[in-house]
Design a protein around this ligand. Structure first.
Ligand SMILES: *Cc1c(COP(=O)(O)O)cnc(C)c1O
Length: 469
């Protein structure tokens, strides 16, 4: 195997599958041994190549970065068209504008210019096109099952709505996503879209999702595929804006010093993409992980112990997660790519044990932005800088202010448009009319199409069968 190919061959964090290529990895979603798929090596980019990347447009950069991990699984001209189509749906040519946050010294990456106004569009517009492409080439059908805490569901639905050969089933916790998030999912009229409101939390949804995917006869006979952030293609698409963002900040500062990137985190998907970018050589000194009160990840990075906590509903519901499904990918690298060790630790965790890791990783720092900090940060950035943050981005900015890194500029990822969370914004600034977006206004009053079910494997499977058979 040549070096180049090893970036486009995928193995499981638990070591139980033979290497597969990019398209097979995308279609597999979760690895069949219960682990997560990772490339068998991560390329390190030369200074010279990186220099040439600085001048590229966002779609051009996305093509250059992602094709390293695609290899010969997709012909380059097809892949280029696929990438271009995925970013043509954004409402700005920059795709991810990077701006100074007033005079605060921080920079903000506006990741919300896609069709559902949240950063997940960056990956899911791409994944939807990728699925449609693979099905067209290979024939067959794909039935997507996903569990969402809000934004993934709508971004996934908008990634595949109306596409031939694809049905999508999205589970979300009834009453625990914002009314607008529910409207973005359950008003989509395309007949291949099926919304399931479950009686439970997001973690219940993730658990039942894993149970259905681990039911291999069902998974195979139903042609199940995943869109949750466990899908490698999603991580890959997100790697791009870490390069893009650090290049743009350096350009603005007119200096080539590495930056810090602050990432509001739930499932560890977005920040894991940052970790991959950093390993590839993106000029990132440190990744600053920000959680809300659901702080399993900030506790881990501050204590070395990964232990479950209660799920608390907060103002940033897309981060109300206590079991981070992508953490296993990081764990794999943290234990020196020892898949037997990962298997042992994850199996122990599934039985209720904690994961304890010695030492530290200077790629990361972490903090928790609680509700009071989130509200104060939204208020401060609006009054002092005329920047309106959404509550997820505000968690990140709050942690970035609390944990500055001497002499290093911080880029904060703004993961949703504030118009998706008008109640939280109004609570912070006292004015409901500030946080609006015309695309959301249009949805108000449309009828909802959803089915309410319990988070039980059989109930979900029976519902899917009733539609698919
Ligand atoms: C999903 C989401 C997050 C968390 O992203 P992860 O990849 O799960 O860490 C943060 N903010 C918003 C708005 C989201 O939709």
């Amino acid at each position: 195997m040549t070096m180049k190919q090893s970036f486009s061959q995928y193995i499981s964090t638990r070591g139980g599958i033979a290497p597969i290529n990019f398209t097979d990895a995308v279609m597999m979603g979760l690895a069949t041994d219960g682990g997560l798929l990772v490339p068998s090596a991560i390329p390190v980019i030369s200074e010279e190549t990186m220099e040439s990347w600085r001048a590229l447009s966002y779609p051009e950069l996305a093509f250059e970065i992602m094709r390293l991990f695609v290899g010969d699984a997709i012909p380059e001209s097809d892949f280029k068209a696929l990438v271009d189509a995925s970013y043509a749906t954004f409402d700005t040519k920059e795709v991810v504008p990077i701006r100074a946050a007033g005079m605060s010294g921080l920079y903000i990456a506006e990741l919300y210019h896609g069709p559902t106004l949240a950063f997940k569009d960056v990956a899911l517009q791409f994944l939807g096109n990728l699925f449609a492409y693979v099905l067209k080439k290979r024939g067959g059908r794909l039935n997507i099952l996903g569990a969402t805490s809000g934004d993934t569901g709508s971004a996934a639905i908008h990634g595949v709505r109306g596409k031939d050969g694809i049905e999508i089933f999205i589970m979300y916790p009834e009453g625990r996503v914002s009314p607008l998030q529910e409207l973005q999912m359950a008003t989509v009229p395309d007949s291949n879209v099926h919304c399931i409101a479950i009686n439970g939390t997001f973690d219940d949804g993730q658990r039942v999702l894993k149970e259905v995917f681990n039911d291999l006869p069902f998974k195979t006979s139903m042609h199940l595929g995943a869109v949750n952030s466990v899908n490698w293609a999603r991580i890959l698409a997100q790697v791009v804006y870490y390069f893009w963002g650090s290049f743009r900040v350096q350009e603005s500062l007119q200096e080539r010093k590495p930056i810090q990137v602050c990432v509001p985190t739930g499932n560890f998907g977005d920040i894991f993409a940052g970790y991959v970018a950093r390993r590839m050589g993106a000029p990132i000194r440190r990744l600053l992980l920000a959680t809300n009160e659901n702080d399993i990840l900030s506790r881990f990075f501050n204590t070395g112990v990964y232990s479950r906590g209660e799920v608390h509903p907060t103002l940033s519901p897309s981060m109300d997660i206590q079991v981070a499904s992508n953490f296993e990918r990081y764990l794999y690298y943290r234990v020196g790519e020892d898949s037997a060790k990962v298997k042992e630790l994850m199996e122990g965790f599934a039985k209720g044990q904690n994961i304890c890791i010695d030492g530290s990783d200077d790629a990361f720092a972490a903090g928790c932005g609680n509700t009071a900090m989130t509200l104060a940060t939204i208020r401060k950035y609006w009054t002092e800088h005329k920047v309106l943050l959404d509550p997820h981005g505000a968690v990140g900015v709050a942690v970035a202010e609390a944990k500055p890194l001497e002499g290093v500029t911080t880029l904060c990822l703004e993961t949703a448009h504030p118009g998706k969370f008008p109640a939280a914004v109004a609570q912070a600034v006292g004015d409901e009319s500030l946080a609006v977006h015309p695309a959301l206004e249009k949805l108000k009053g449309l009828p909802l199409r959803k089915t309410i079910l319990n988070p039980e494997r059989k109930e979900i499977e029976d519902f899917m069968k009733s539609i698919l058979e």
